[in-house]
Design a binder for this molecule. Structure first.
Ligand code: GUN
Length: 295
């Protein structure tokens, strides 16, 4: 079997920077027209370290494109009712274009109730059933950030998608399921024949080996090995995991759901971790916030 020895990186950092330059221009136009910049708020309940890092990078990204941002930190002990009161306040706040409640929320709060309480026209995460329904129907909506960022990454790199077999590993509500819908749409990027694989899939390697485009969002470190990938595939790795590494100052390094070193040489294109999907997710949130502000 022939192995493709040169692969190209689907560089989310570079693509994200290019898109953010455009977003910054449009944000300035919004500010000139409306007298205020697009404004995103992020609510963080509790002290989860990873969530704090994510939320802080979202807020920082807002600053980088000239958006206003508000970080609302609530204690772990916040009740569901208290959070719902805050959500309703934000729904009414005319100075706020969009907001997110970072997940996971503490166990005593029902995330579904919170998602339902967020006004669909401020739901820049695209998690509200109204936005998900609109996405399925191809109507104007806020698209969920990670799959939408992947679509933008494919577009930026002019990856051919029509007629390709896309295999999505993972069926979460926020990545795998919407990814499968976006890739099968009659659009570019899209027009793929899509298979969704999950924990009950039989003989996963035989399925992933059929993928022209393989999107892995299973949350299992380095589960995709070279024998599971077709020569010349486009591989998108959504996973991000910290593993201890004493050679790093931080004491850890980041790995994905794909065993990059052995898979990359077989690929036409592959996302690095970090620097692939991650920066695109945040860019999509900025795009949704801009869209909210432009209405
Ligand atoms: N937790 C992990 N990813 C996300 C996301 O995209 N949005 C929110 N609100 N929480 C998350």
């Amino acid at each position: 079997m022939m192995t493709v020895s040169t692969f190209q990186l689907l560089d989310g950092k570079r693509c994200g920077e290019a898109l953010r330059a455009r977003i910054a221009q449009e944000a300035a136009a919004v500010k000139a027209a409306r007298g205020r910049a697009p404004h995103l708020a992020a609510v963080l309940v509790g002290n989860d370290g990873a969530s704090r890092t994510y939320v802080e990078s979202k807020v920082k990204a807002c600053e980088s494109v000239g958006f206003r941002s508000t970080l609302i930190r609530l204690p772990e002990s916040t009740s569901e009712d208290e959070l719902l009161v805050r959500v309703k306040q934000m729904n009414r706040d005319k100075e706020l274009d969009g907001y997110i409640v970072q997940l996971p929320v503490p166990a005593h709060i029902d995330p579904e109730k919170v998602t339902l309480a967020i006004a669909a026209d401020k739901d820049v995460d695209g998690f509200h059933p109204e936005n998900i329904g609109r996405m399925v129907l191809g109507q104007p909506c806020f698209l969920p950030a990670t799959p939408s960022g992947i679509v933008e990454l494919l577009r930026f790199n002019h990856i051919e998608t029509a007629g390709k077999h896309a295999v999505v590993v993972g069926r979460s509500h926020i990545v795998g399921t919407p990814m499968s819908i976006l890739l099968s749409r009659n659009a570019y990027p899209g027009n793929c024949t899509v298979t969704i694989a999950h924990s009950r899939t039989r003989d996963l390697p035989s399925i992933t080996r059929q993928a022209d485009i393989l999107v892995v969002a299973a949350g299992r470190p380095e589960m995709i090995t070279a024998d599971m990938v077709k020569d010349g595939a486009v591989v998108v790795d959504v996973g991000i995991h910290r593993v201890p590494d004493t050679s790093r100052k931080s004491g850890f390094r980041l790995i994905g759901d794909v065993k990059f070193d052995e898979v990359a040489p077989k690929c036409a294109w592959i996302t690095p971790v970090p620097g692939g999907v991650g920066p695109m997710t945040i860019t999509s949130l900025l795009l949704n916030t801009l869209k909210a502000a432009q209405r």
